[in-house]
Design a protein around this ligand. Structure first.
Ligand code: ADP
Ligand code: ZN
Length: 758
């Protein structure tokens, strides 16, 4: 009897496609292997998701599979089903979700232990001249060359491409021109994995830790899947709880996955897991393809007891999953910002459900999810309140230590008194005091560069990116103005092109704070940590090591420094502008402001000398600021949940955002209007393919220009579907199925449960 493989191509085409399995491959084409198949006029690689002998529909003659790409399935039924779930819930196809679940390195096979580097082929002194010449016509080449020179003249090609926001074609042109050369470089070993570590023994748990760990272990033993929200301030011993839960899970013959935000995936984090377990696999963005493929295979063979990784590690092919930890659950980096637009927290919960339901894992045990954070997202908070998740508290720091003494500075008052400032007198005094007592200082500002606005004093116009409706940020060190959305950069203009008046630099970033601090405290050792200074592999670790060794007195940084640091000698944390993100047109602005502040405040007060926090803000009475300063999660959640409920925003109901982008605004509006008409059910008769009439419990807002109306030469319009419940979301996705993607000069994207509305 002929056998048919159901295949999911990694493309935005609906449905599965059937192919005949050739005799020779009969036993080897199984779910989870990839095959090459003819598809239209091309051949493509696609995942086989099922094999059966159900005859194809009348009149269709399936073509045979051309080739089999691997001997063993890359993933098992659990991850296959998980990808199907992701597709259904994010509005993409199964094939697209599967494609994202597999690392590139695994898909292309092991490329060997070499990576391509770009190296400067001219003298570093010659670079500025060449850059100047290129800038006229070849901006991308100029940018790539300058960035390469800035970083020492030697970078992996992939890293240079991402830093410069370019494809490899400008780099190839630079090679042709003789400014650059490519070199194949032997890969050094991943520092996170080779660093020798000493084993540590489990600590004697505090009564609070013992009780929450006990509850999780009981749930694991009882079977089924339960999700816990582990709410505990930084230093309350959450990581020790994860470690002991994982130990139990591993001893029961299962494996665990630990998801951390990319910025928290530092050698320090990984070290704590490696100190406790023999076999830790790490998946992070600085791995080379070969390293990643190695890790993946080890995990697939069941050799890794624990997988630590960023969001995509939720798809790691561990054979017998027993627990998933999502550390810093509230972080928005758990949401992927391109197809499939999944949230790792949601996928983790579904994966645990699938793992617990597996028959081949039938030891009666289940799989548990732990969402750990000091500042649970409102989604997690709400689900704990309604009984869907179980909340567990770690109310105190293990080491005791007192909550820091927090002092607020009203920047509006300061400015009235002495003009525009970002180092107020109280903050200066506190820095002086902390340094004088031999302590260290962390200054936090979530904005990089020198000044984020260059304004003309006459026409009041600001310098905008030519491709985006966004002000360009002045980077003094690089002598550039840079667009933080598309990466466009150019030399800073002296004067306004229209009025010929010199620009005034408004608003300040980490670069300017660094400069001011160096001038005010000339004897202090100062370091800055943001994505401008932290690009190279290991750069992050080395600044932190220097801070730990007290070779740095004062560390200035963006949200990179807001978490994971545990330095008892930090006597002062200064928050330069706590509410800089509060006024963004985004319903999550208050939540983000609160969380960031509460996290930063938690950086001090750990050692015997206690700690202080100075918070500067323009609206210091806003509840996100007052609650953040006190790390008062209950008060914040109560207030913000009430606001969200009144406005019908998540976690009360859900959102589906539909974004249309096009080089010409009318094309975007036209496509989006067709879709909103369809969703409202008032499209012309003929267009009603997906169903007529309005959808119950769904309100469609828009089309309207997106808050950032143009990025990368694309005009952006959006519509927002407010859905009363999950069924509403499903209906919206069903009506839009097959109607998104690129068509008629515009591209339509779907974002279910968006974490940003900009
Ligand atoms: P969190 O993950 O909540 O920030 P950690 O697990 O990192 O907290 O714990 C904070 C500090 O307290 C760490 O230095 C850790 O080694 C220590 N610690 C945690 N639990 C215990 C315990 N039961 N006994 C002694 N020290 C502990
Ligand atoms: Zn731009």
């Amino acid at each position: 009897m002929p056998r048919y493989a159901r295949v999911a191509p990694p493309l935005p085409v609906e449905g599965l496609f059937s192919y005949l399995v050739p005799e020779a491959l009969l036993d080897r084409v199984v779910p989870g292997v990839r095959v090459t198949v003819p598809f239209g006029r091309q051949k493509l690689q696609a995942m086989c998701v099922a094999v059966d002998d159900a005859p194809p529909p009348e009149g269709i003659t399936p073509k045979p599979i051309s080739a089999l790409l691997e001997d063993e399935p890359l993933i098992d039924e659990e991850v296959l089903q998980l990808a199907g779930w992701v597709a259904k819930h994010t509005g993409c196809t199964w094939g697209e979700a599967l494609d994202a679940a597999l690392p590139r390195a695994v898909k292309i096979g092991n490329p060997g232990r070499r990576v391509r580097h770009a190296r400067l082929a001219i003298d570093a002194h010659a670079v500025p001249g060449v850059v100047k010449q290129l800038l006229e016509k070849h901006e991308k080449q100029a940018r790539a060359l300058r960035i390469l020179a800035d970083r020492g003249g030697d970078l992996p090609v992939r890293e240079l491409m991402s830093l410069a926001h370019v494809s490899d074609s400008p780099l190839k042109s630079l090679v042709k021109l003789g400014f650059l050369e490519f070199a194949s470089v032997r890969v050094e070993h991943d520092p996170m994995l080779r660093m020798p570590v000493a084993r540590t023994e489990p600590l004697q748990l505090t009564p609070d830790q013992a009780s929450v760990t006990g509850a999780m272990i009981d749930a694991f033993e009882a079977g089924g899947s339960e999700t816990f929200v582990l709410q505990g301030v930084t230093g309350s011993g959450k990581t020790e709880v994860y470690l002991q839960l994982l130990r139990h899970v591993i001893d029961a013959g299962r494996q665990g996955i630990v998801l951390v935000p990319e910025i928290a995936l530092t050698p320090q984090t990984v070290k704590r897991f490696r100190e406790r377990f023999e076999q830790v696999a790490v998946l992070h963005s600085h791995l080379t393809d070969a390293e990643r493929a190695d890790q993946w295979r080890r995990i697939r063979r069941g050799e890794a007891q624990v997988v630590v990784g960023a969001r995509s590690a939720v798809f790691a092919p561990v054979p017998r999953l027993g627990c998933i930890v999502v550390d810093e659950e509230h972080e928005t980096t758990f949401k992927q910002q391109n197809v499939p637009r999944y949230h790792a927290r949601e996928v983790a919960v579904e994966r645990a459900r699938l793992a617990a339901a597996r028959v081949d894992g039938a030891d009666g045990r289940g799989a548990v999810v732990v969402l750990g954070t000091a500042t649970p997202s409102l989604e997690a908070t709400h689900r704990a309140r309604t009984g869907l998740y179980t909340r567990l508290l770690l109310p105190e720091r293990v080491a005791g230590g007192v909550l820091p003494d927090v002092h607020v500075v009203d920047l509006t008052v300061e400015e009235r008194r002495k003009g525009y400032t970002f180092l107020s007198d109280p903050l200066r005094a506190a820095i002086e005091d902390a340094l004088g007592r031999g302590g260290q200082v962390i200054l936090f500002l979530n904005r990089r560069g020198w000044a984020s606005v260059l304004m003309c004093p006459t026409c009041r116009g600001s310098l905008k990116c030519p491709s985006c409706e966004v002000s360009m940020t002045l980077h003094q060190r690089a002598v550039r103005v840079i667009c933080h959305y598309c990466g466009h950069e150019e030399p800073p203009p002296e004067r306004c092109a229209t009025c010929d008046k010199p620009f005034t630099a408004l608003s300040f970033g980490t670069e300017k704070v660094e400069d001011e601090v160096r001038r005010s405290f000339p004897r202090a050792l100062v370091a800055r940590m943001d994505s401008d200074t932290m690009s190279g592999r290991g750069a992050h670790a080395s600044v932190l090591d220097r801070f730990a060794e007290r070779k740095v007195d004062l560390l200035i940084g963006t949200q990179m420094i807001a978490k994971g640091l545990d330095f008892p000698n930090t006597l002062l944390v200064g928050v330069i502008c706590a509410d800089s993100a509060l006024f963004l047109p985004d319903y999550r602005a208050a939540e983000r402001t609160y969380q960031l502040l509460a996290q930063v405040v938690g950086r001090t007060g750990r050692g015997p000398k206690g700690g202080r926090v100075v918070v500067q803000a323009y609206d210091p009475r806003h509840y996100s600021v007052t609650c953040g300063m006190r790390q008062d999660q209950e008060a914040f959640a109560a207030r913000e949940l009430a606001e969200r409920e009144a406005a019908g925003y998540p976690p009360f109901g859900r959102l589906v955002r539909v974004i249309a982008q096009a080089p010409e605004a009318p094309d975007a509006v036209k496509r989006l209007t067709e879709l909103t008409d369809l969703l409202r059910g008032d499209a012309a008769e003929g267009a009603l393919v997906g169903g007529a009439g309005p959808i119950d419990g769904v309100t469609v807002l828009g089309p309207a220009p997106a808050p950032i109306p143009r990025i990368n030469k694309q005009y952006r319009f959006h519509a927002v579907c407010k859905c009363h419940d999950d069924a509403g979301v499903e209906h919206v996705l069903a009506r839009l199925a097959g109607k998104t993607g690129p068509a008629r000069r515009a591209r339509v994207l779907l974002d279910v449960d968006p974490v940003t509305m900009l």
